[in-house]
Write a protein that binds this ligand. Structure first.
Ligand SMILES: Nc1ncnc2c1ncn2[C@@H]1O[C@H](COP(=O)(O)OP(=O)(O)OP(=O)(O)O)[C@@H](O)[C@H]1O
Ligand SMILES: [Mg+2]
Length: 197
């Protein structure tokens, strides 16, 4: 199966674009959804987190104490990489598992941290969803309860826009409206169907 890795900075439109591919009946595997499931009470990452970080990171109802963990890794780079060492292999393992159950000419793998985790070789084609930083900040502000300073800090923790664009095989420009987005998705869909043969 031809694997298209879809990536991009926070708020650039990865989820929006993934949904447009889904509308064209293209299977989408979503690393964010997988990460979420892995730390749910039934998820295998949760056990490892409680073993390595401590039982205090699990709430009385069995859920992960997300805000406590977020604060810990924000203040401690070693803890951050410890968490990544738990999560990233499990995420890619689950992506492999889901891929093995699919039959389609190609699949979209939505992996926000594809470049940060240096997993370029995992996919056949890198599709970057791009927009200028001001647009990113404005859209995330509208969506989440975050300040411009908080959003900027997240953007700076990710691979830079220029580095991401330099690694792209295709780029979707999501600066304009959804109609423009849909046109680009349809065009790429035709291209991926041909490349998948
Ligand atoms: N072309 C557009 N015009 C206006 N708003 C848009 C456009 N594309 C996306 N948005 C909105 O911008 C916000 C960010 O988009 P989306 O959630 O798809 O980004 P994302 O890359 O998945 O973000 P994250 O990195 O946080 O997962 C959403 O509220 C979405 O509805
Ligand atoms: Mg998203």
């Amino acid at each position: 199966m031809y694997k298209v890795g879809l990536t991009g900075g926070i708020g650039c439109g990865k989820t929006t674009v993934s949904n447009l591919f889904k509308q064209l009946s293209v299977p989408v595997i979503d690393a964010d959804e997988i990460a979420h499931a892995l730390v749910s009470p039934a998820g295998i990452a949760l056990t490892q987190i409680s073993q390595q970080f401590g039982q205090t990171y699990i709430l009385a109802d069995g859920n992960l104490n997300r805000s406590k963990l977020r604060e810990t890794i924000f203040n401690d780079v070693e803890k951050k990489s410890q968490l990544e060492n738990i999560m990233h292999p499990l995420i890619y393992e689950e992506i492999e598992q889901q891929l093995s159950e699919l039959s389609a000419p190609y699949a979209i793998l939505s992996i926000p941290l594809l470049l940060e985790t240096k997993m370029q070789a995992f996919v056949d084609h890198i599709l970057v969803i791009d927009c200028p930083m001001e647009v990113q900040i404005n859209r995330v502000k509208l969506r989440d309860q975050l300040s411009a300073a908080q959003i900027t800090a997240i953007i700076h923790s990710q691979v830079s826009r220029s580095e991401r664009l330099a690694q792209a095989d295709s780029i979707i420009d999501n600066t304009q409206d959804q109609l423009k987005l849909n046109q680009q998705v349809k065009h790429l869909h035709e291209q991926f169907l041909k490349q998948a043969q």
